[in-house]
Design a protein around this ligand. Sequence first.
Ligand SMILES: Cc1cc2nc3c(=O)[nH]c(=O)nc-3n(C[C@H](O)[C@H](O)[C@H](O)COP(=O)(O)OP(=O)(O)OC[C@H]3O[C@@H](n4cnc5c(N)ncnc54)[C@H](O)[C@@H]3O)c2cc1C
Length: 119
Amino acid sequence: MDYLFPTTVAQAIAILSERGGRARLIAGGTDLMVAIHEGKIDAETLVDITRIPGLDQIAVGDEWVTVGAAVTFEMLRESAYLRACVPALVDAARSVGAAPIQAMATWWSRWRWRPRRAW
Ligand SMILES: Cc1cc2nc3c(=O)[nH]c(=O)nc-3n(C[C@H](O)[C@H](O)[C@H](O)COP(=O)(O)OP(=O)(O)OC[C@H]3O[C@@H](n4cnc5c(N)ncnc54)[C@H](O)[C@@H]3O)c2cc1C
């Protein structure tokens, strides 16, 4: 299995495009590695997004807050801005697994992932 670290979003998209359905994005790996280990997913290439600059940022703008795809539940939990202004999101982040999972798992992949089991 190839494990690649693109450094731009364009590179990541190009790899996914070139390798078709045999490549998967990976962020924290808390779901994907279990699925691969259990034989539920068979990937030839994993495309790790965690070294793409900027994807681990919570950016507060005038009208929007942008949460990058590599932002973990721990980052959400610890964000002073979100604690003050979006406490429901912080509460949701706190409810995911335990601290070690929150440190690795990303919120965006939570939206992308089918429900596997009740947590
Ligand atoms: C012990 C344990 C406890 C858990 N507890 C909870 C819980 O309480 N609540 C809960 O909701 N979940 C829980 N989970 C599930 C898991 O932690 C979450 O689903 C988490 O959001 C996965 O994040 P990840 O970054 O590790 O994803 P990964 O495992 O890296 O990826 C998961 C899926 O998302 C895709 N993906 C990753 N990044 C992107 C992206 N940027 N764009 C598109 N697709 C992407 C991957 O290809 C893969 O299909 C738990 C898992 C474990 C192991």
